[in-house]
Write a protein that binds this ligand. Structure first.
Ligand code: SAM
Length: 245
């Protein structure tokens, strides 16, 4: 029987994630650089290198959980003049920062910012050439639902790419990474964002996320084909890829 407990727990999870990003939106980009020691830039560059947006034809891209627009701007810069990006996020504070950055970079004529939930995209079927989600799917309460939505909005032949924290499986690096996650990250969170607890929560959410094999299985079950996963930086993060055929 469904007593609604699960629904309440999932809503609580989303509420908690929303609080974190509302409070951190203005400092989000600085925090990212600090916490990943700048590595997130290389990981995002790798994501866009795998995507390879075409230069010479129209390309409709959707970046979900796009936050302050980091991935979107990279896609626009790598693509051609007919590349268009929709940045979707559940959090208006993050999107506001993104829209301001887009205007400063003079990319605002090719980027639109949409408030929405990855679990129920307010977007038509088969309308995008590619879908990316970077450091976002871990925060979504119903991952399977988000994957089904990704597939729905992609056109046949469209590409799904997900950049997310993964599992370090290199001896020694795993120990260093644990120490860093549990001791350094909450401290940076406390110093810069005045909020150690939220960062502790984010570290825990990384631990709870499915392994590469398990997550690949979920992407396959959502109906994607030719699913691959590629660990980066010893498995600190991974890029999962799939195609809608
Ligand atoms: N993709 C950006 C990047 O890599 O810099 C932002 C990543 S940030 C760690 C996670 C983002 O996911 C936040 O902006 C948050 O608001 C968003 N988010 C969390 N739950 C979401 C949901 N259910 N639907 C859409 N976005 C969500």
């Amino acid at each position: 029987a469904d007593f609604g407990f699960e629904r309440v727990a999932l809503a609580e999870k989303q509420g908690r994630v929303d609080d974190v990003f509302h409070s951190v939106a203005r400092r989000y980009d600085v925090m990212n650089d600090l916490m990943s020691a700048g590595l997130h830039r290389a990981w995002k560059a790798q994501l866009v290198a795998m995507l390879r947006p075409p230069k010479g034809r129209p390309f409709a891209h959707l970046d979900v959980a796009g936050g302050t627009g980091d991935v979107a701007f990279r896609v626009l810069e790598a693509g051609g003049p007919a590349t268009r990006v929709t940045v979707l996020d559940i959090n208006e504070s993050m999107l506001r920062v993104g829209a301001e950055r887009a205007a400063k970079k003079r990319l605002d004529d090719r980027a639109v910012f949409v408030t929405g939930n990855a679990e129920s995209l307010p977007l038509p079927d088969a309308s995008f050439d590619a879908y990316t989600i970077a450091f976002g799917i871990r925060n979504v309460p119903r991952i399977e639902t988000a994957l089904a939505e990704a597939r729905r909005v992609l056109r046949p032949g469209g590409r799904f790419l997900c950049l997310e924290f993964s599992m370090v499986d290199v001896p020694l690096l795993d120990r260093i990474y644990d120490a860093y996650s549990f001791h350094v990250i909450p401290r940076i969170g406390a110093r810069v964002a005045g909020d150690a607890e939220s960062y502790r929560y984010l570290v825990e959410s990384i631990r709870k996320f499915p392994t590469r094999g398990a997550f690949s299985g979920m992407i396959e079950r959502a109906g994607f084909r030719h699913v691959t996963d590629r660990p980066l930086s010893g498995g600190i993060v991974a890029i999962h890829s799939g195609w809608k055929v």
